[in-house]
Design a protein around this ligand. Structure first.
Ligand code: BDR
Ligand code: CA
Length: 326
């Protein structure tokens, strides 16, 4: 199984991603770190523990991380994700307590352990699905963790339109400095990066009828929670289907051939009147200003997901969270 660690701001669609990562037999979910984003960090921790309980995975360590972006005040998205950050489902809350370590320390320990084995197969795929605050702090504080990281596949950014603003995607908008630090550190530390951004994020979708079948009583906890999370989104947006959202980035680790990627230079806009937090993706045919650092050193590009086989990822998610019961 592929060893993975998720960094989340659970979050309706982060919960969809947690269910997939916790239940899929080809993934070995080693730890989950939490950060303030969709909801304040304490709510994120509670939601994350609850989602893992529903998946029958109380063994996965969960730690509380940054409660605010590096520079700005937090601005949550409870108008999208519900007051509790996870759909206000009236679902029994987990009684488990989180790991006593700070999320950055939990990540450090898990990644150092992976590095210490010196065995390539044990290196971890890090999947951030939230503002990148924890990951920026991690890479700047403990750059030696790079040896334990196989790759980073993150949900964030957009080559085209944003969602938090016309320009910017929520996770990058929420902490642009952290996103800039992560891209910069990954270029320095030779960590391969894939950006699963808004160009693909909304495409894999589940219909409300399917969600209702999943949520019907008599099923197991993960299927019911999965169904109710999709139902919540359909009701909130008055739509007949809803995206699996962050879960798509986990699909991209499981089935990389389901996305079309291009290696492109990407930078985060830190200024701008209307564009702060935008990921600037250079799609020109020749290399230009984004391909070098200020000292003229070449800077590596990252893989940007530009198209997704939406049906394939929706089916992958559904088959996994339903446990074959649909
Ligand atoms: C991202 O922001 C959050 O609302 C979602 O959980 C996802 O990670 C989409 O822009
Ligand atoms: Ca998220």
């Amino acid at each position: 199984a592929i060893p993975v660690v998720l960094d989340v701001d659970t979050g309706v669609d982060d919960a969809c991603a947690l269910l997939l990562a916790a239940l899929h037999p080809a993934l070995d979910l080693r730890a989950v770190s939490c950060v303030g984003g969709n909801a304040p960090v304490d709510a994120v921790v509670a939601n994350t523990l609850t989602a893992l309980d529903a998946a029958g995975r109380p063994d996965v360590p969960v730690a509380r991380g940054a409660d605010r972006p590096l520079l700005e005040e937090p601005v949550d998205a409870r108008h999208v994700h519900g007051q509790d950050g996870m759909g206000d489902l009236d679902w029994a809350r987990s009684e488990r307590v989180p790991d006593p370590r700070h999320a950055v320390e939990l990540l450090r320990d898990v990644l150092h352990e992976a590095a210490d084995h010196g065995d390539d197969a044990r290196r971890i795929t890090l999947i951030p699905l939230a503002p990148l605050t924890n990951i920026a702090l991690l890479l700047r504080t403990y750059p030696s963790v790079a040896k334990g990281i196989r790759e980073i596949v993150f949900m964030g950014g957009a080559a085209e339109v944003g969602n938090a603003t016309a320009s910017a995607e929520f996770n990058v908008f929420h902490d642009p400095e952290a996103a800039a630090v992560v891209l910069d550190a990954c270029a320095d530390l030779d960590i391969p990066v894939t950006m699963y951004g808004l160009d693909v994020f909304y495409a894999p979708r589940i219909s409300i009828e399917t969600a209702r079948k999943l949520a019907a009583p008599g099923g197991h906890g993960a299927a019911e929670l999965a169904g109710r999370l999709i139902e919540f989104q359909c009701e909130r947006f008055g739509s007949v289907d809803a995206t699996i959202g962050d879960a798509g980035a986990v699909c991209a680790v499981l089935e990389p051939a389901g996305v079309r990627r291009e290696q492109l230079p990407v930078r985060v806009e830190l200024a701008g009147t209307w564009s702060r937090g935008r990921t600037i993706v250079d799609r020109r045919d020749w290399s230009g200003d984004l391909s070098h650092d200020p000292h003229g050193q070449a800077r590596s590009s990252i893989d940007v997901c530009l198209e997704v086989d939406a049906q394939r990822y929706a089916t992958l998610w559904l088959d996994t969270v339903s446990g074959g019961m649909r």
